[in-house]
Write a protein that binds this ligand. Structure first.
Ligand SMILES: *[C@@H]1O[C@H](CO)[C@@H](O)[C@H](O)[C@H]1NC(C)=O
Ligand SMILES: *[C@@H]1O[C@H](CO)[C@@H](O)[C@H](O)[C@H]1NC(C)=O
Ligand SMILES: *[C@@H]1O[C@H](CO)[C@@H](O)[C@H](O)[C@H]1NC(C)=O
Length: 369
């Protein structure tokens, strides 16, 4: 009877087994369980070291890993993406084209005509038609998308359909995104892309130029405007949707980083190397330099870029900006609406918000000029 029970339990070394056994067998079983526990401990230690030590150390020394984490330019690119045909995304009256700059870097661009523009069904010289339309004096908005995805990502298209009520919409992919040149991006380089697009538009319109950025695109847009300012170029207004104050503070909020941010070596392996490698995105510095009215939009339930970072950017801006640089406005969206990171464009009052801002901005402009 005893031996049957012993055999039954032998693989498991469970409690019931230990109780029925004589002293000798019990000892053997305890040795086994000690060995199992030790092996498990070793395995767990190894897993811990790989995840929490080796991975952060590899991150520290890999520019490529850091760049991928910031730009996420490999994510959400649909294999059936149809950049050449904006109408397949519901954008009628829109043109896809390419511009080349900076020694051969090509950028994919869409020009979406204002909603009230009557667009002929077919035009043999599409490029000329659209450039003439851009020159009609109506205001233009240049959209700067965030990381992951491209100019055709669905939530962005949703916003264009709002913006086109008031503006010509110009939206583009920075290098390494979409069908733009597939070369390594950096903060400086995507900012150069943005500056070029601005100058391209400026050369072709008599209307006012507004600049819209979303998420990482807010940092690119404001940095670009700060550099253009040094050349005496100023937009009519800047809208920053779901922005953060600087990359140093934003890094800890990355979904993956949340797992690591309490490690004592988080700064050493993640934050400091990214600062050294130039992933700065210091919007809280650039916002001080732009002589144009600025409006920040942020939803309280934003789970990608926390509301508090948008708020910090605003507070920094309020501290450093002079009154004659134009107003800095902040508009919060209650978390109960669920707009989160990407869907402030669904707020019914978005039309009033945009119209009110453009009228403040243009009034401000005539005051300055
Ligand atoms: C479209 O609307 C804008 C102002 O909202 C106006 O200036 C422009 O002339 C209109 N264009 C056409 C083609 O109706
Ligand atoms: C804009 O026009 C200026 C002056 O004609 C020219 O030097 C510059 O290259 C143009 N820039 C773009 C981006 O078209
Ligand atoms: C827009 O401005 C008008 C007039 O100043 C004001 O009554 C209205 O509340 C504003 N709307 C929004 C959404 O700010």
């Amino acid at each position: 009877m005893k031996s049957t029970e012993a055999r039954k339990g032998s693989g498991l070394c469970g409690y019931s087994y230990s109780l029925v056994l004589e002293g000798q067998n019990y000892t053997r079983c305890r040795k086994t369980s000690t060995r199992v526990a030790f092996a498990t401990f070793k395995l767990l230690t190894l897993i811990f070291i790989v995840i929490f030590v080796i991975f952060p150390l590899s991150y520290k020394y890999s520019y490529k890993l850091q760049s991928s984490a910031v730009f996420l330019n490999f994510l959400h690119v649909p294999s059936d993406a149809n950049y050449k045909n904006p109408s397949s995304y519901g954008l009628y009256g829109s043109r896809n084209f390419y511009v080349t700059h900076d020694g051969g870097i090509t950028l994919g661009v869409w020009h979406i005509l204002p909603e009230n523009h009557t667009y002929p069904a077919y035009d043999a010289d599409e490029g000329r038609y659209f450039e003439e339309a851009l020159a009609d004096g109506q205001d233009v908005i240049i959209y700067h998308h965030g990381n992951a995805g491209t100019r055709l990502t669905q939530h962005r298209v949703e916003l264009y359909t709002i913006l086109r009520r008031y503006f010509h919409v110009i939206t583009f992919d920075y290098r390494s995104y979409g069908d733009s040149s597939n070369v390594a991006p950096s903060e400086k380089k995507v900012v150069v892309d943005s500056m070029f697009i601005y100058e391209w538009v400026q050369n072709r319109t008599k209307g006012n130029i507004f600049v819209w950025g979303h998420s990482l695109g807010t940092s690119i847009a404001i940095h670009s405007m700060a550099l253009l300012q040094e050349k005496g170029v100023m937009p009519a207004g800047v809208i920053l949707e779901s922005p953060f104050n600087n990359m140093r503070e934003e890094i800890s909020e990355f979904p993956l980083a949340r797992l690591f941010k309490n490690l004592p070596w988080f700064s050493y392996t993640v934050i400091d190397p990214m600062q050294e490698n130039g992933f700065l995105f210091q919007s809280d510095k650039h916002i001080c330099k732009v002589d144009a009215p600025i409006m920040i939009l942020h939803a309280e339930d934003d789970h990608v870029v926390p509301f508090k970072l948008g708020r910090k950017l605003y507070q920094e801006g309020i501290k450093c900006r002079r009154e004659d640089q134009g107003p800095l406005l902040f508009r919060a969206f209650d978390g109960k609406h669920g707009y989160d990171h990407k869907f402030i464009c669904r707020a019914p009052e978005i039309h009033d918000i945009i119209r009110n801002f453009t009228s403040i901005a243009l009034k401000d402009r005539t005051k300055v000029l």
